[in-house]
Design a protein around this ligand. Structure first.
Ligand code: 5AD
Ligand code: SF4
Length: 472
């Protein structure tokens, strides 16, 4: 039992994707029994964790420069006679391993994404160890099993929109990507554990659940009788938990978009009409060189099927420009694909060489200048589409789930079914409520609106936007 006076402060800085945000919350959970409470003020911390991302080069460089600053802070604390534990967690930790000792000697602990449940022991070890404490194994027992009771009962996340990791790792091995190496082989959590965690989150006020996984639609967790179930079964079970208005999932691979999952979009009202489905490139030759295992035609077919079962569905995607061997014609094909799908939003990146991945050794690497030019052109097109989409929402009546206050409490912000943020002046409404809002303004990245109907009861809400088709 930890006495109140023994409490220490832990500062966790998160880089990268939503999975890391989720992992950071779990790191805070596993450290709590050892007397660590989370702080948002680095100067007050007894321990700092950098939960890192390795997906692109810039991300890991940012981490090393942050470690430089932490080394100074650690020196200062030492002069004041205070301990300061520096832990490097996540994918940079996994990928760099021993190398961290050389590049950032201020680091006490290196812990990979699969072993952070062991962090309390590592902290105890670090207090006596002279050397770096390192654990970047891929253990045979999943961290989820080891943290099961924690995830099922004590998770006090009070977000209106809460994340649950349902799947981790990836077996797709796209040639540019480090995830199969840093996060390891694909693993799906048992369905019952996820349902328990979801129930707990809903009891704590969650109205939207975002199911996370590096390749989330490859989900194939076991049911209690040991049979494997797909993502659509998990979503269907979640939709029956009551009081849950919205369900989303991210990130998906086109090859794992099963017919059952596609059809679920037409059957489960809580499943939001918005899907992040990365295509990466609009050129079949580049997709082949990327080992994406799908063609442009396959991708377009999936889009068409999803639109058939849920006509108002809106898509988002990831794009990589300047992949080795990408010709101008390949790049134009990507623009053509964007033009024909019309995305509600999208993320785009310059190809970044990741040592150890097959693409790093491909011939015809593209010069940085050309990558930059292509990225700007592609982003201009995406921005134009996003702005058009937002403008085309003006005058529509959309259900908005309010998630937070903004502008020092003068506004309340929520999302449309299509993930757009809507900000309205705060009046009588509450966080966690869903209201029908008429959209009055469309901006580049958000919307403005006016509440026109009283609060929807979650049980009667069938996401009335279904009847309204948004023009893209
Ligand atoms: N270079 C650039 N972008 C990358 N991504 C993954 N690896 C790389 C890389 N080496 C992008 C992909 C992926 C997203 C999460 O990050 O578009 O979908
Ligand atoms: Fe990486 Fe996604 Fe490809 Fe898996 S499917 S290797 S996570 S880009």
């Amino acid at each position: 039992m930890v006495e109140k006076t023994d409490l220490k402060k832990i500062f966790i800085k998160t880089y990268g994707c939503q999975m890391n945000v989720y992992d950071s919350d779990r790191i805070a959970d596993v450290m709590a029994p050892s007397g660590y409470v989370r702080t948002e003020q680095l100067e007050l911390a007894d321990m700092v964790v950098l939960n890192t991302c390795h997906i692109r080069e810039k991300a890991s460089e940012k981490v090393y420069s942050e470690l430089g600053r932490l080394a100074n802070l650690k020196e200062h604390k030492k002069l004041e006679g205070k301990d300061f534990v520096v832990a490097l967690a996540g994918c940079v930790a996994q990928a760099e391993g021993e190398e961290v000792r050389r590049r950032a000697p201020c680091v006490d602990i290196v812990v990979g994404p699969q072993t952070y449940h062991r962090l309390p022991y590592m902290v105890a070890e670090a207090s006596t160890a002279k050397n770096l404490v390192l654990d970047i194994e891929f253990p045979t027992i999943s961290k989820f099993d080891l943290m099961r009771s924690k995830l099922g009962s004590d998770n006090k996340d009070q977000s209106v929109s809460a994340y649950i990791t349902v799947q981790e790792g990836c077996d797709r091995f796209c040639n540019f990507c480090v995830v199969p190496y840093t996060r390891g082989a694909e693993y799906s959590r048992p369905m019952v554990d996820i349902l328990k965690e979801a129930k707990n989150l809903i009891d704590n006020g969650a109205r939207e659940l975002i199911l996370l996984g590096q390749n989330v639609n490859a989900y194939h967790g076991v049911d209690i009788d040991g049979t494997e179930v797909g993502l659509e079964i998990l979503i269907n079970n979640l939709s029956k938990l009551g009081d849950l208005i919205r369900i989303r999932y991210t990130t998906s691979h086109p090859k794992d978009m099963s017919e059952n999952l596609i059809n679920a979009h037409g059957k489960i009202p809580q499943l939001m009409p918005f899907l992040h489905l990365p295509v990466q490139s609009g050129s079949d030759e580049i997709l082949r060189l990327m080992n994406r295992q799908h063609t442009v035609k396959d991708y377009m077919k999936i889009i068409e099927k999803l639109r058939k079962v849920r006509e108002d569905i809106v898509f988002s995607s990831d794009f990589i420009v300047g992949y080795p061997g990408e010709t101008d014609a390949d790049f134009r094909s990507t623009l053509k694909l964007i033009d024909s799908v019309k995305f509600g939003q999208a993320f785009s990146f310059k190809y970044s060489v990741r040592p150890g991945t097959p693409a790093a050794d491909l011939p015809n690497q593209i010069p940085e200048e050309l990558k930059k030019e292509r990225l700007t052109e592609l982003q201009d097109l995406i921005d134009k589409q996003q702005r058009n989409f937002n403008l085309n929402c003006v005058n529509l009546e959309l259900p908005i789930l309010f998630e937070r206050e903004s502008n020092e409490g003068s506004q309340i912000s929520g999302r449309t079914p299509y993930m757009q943020w809507v900000n309205i002046p705060k009046n009588f409404e509450n966080i966690g409520d869903i209201y029908n809002v008429v959209i009055t303004e469309g901006y580049a990245k958000s919307l403005g609106g006016k509440i026109i109907k009283n609060k929807n009861k979650p049980t009667t809400n069938k996401e009335e936007s279904r009847s309204q088709r948004v023009t893209l």
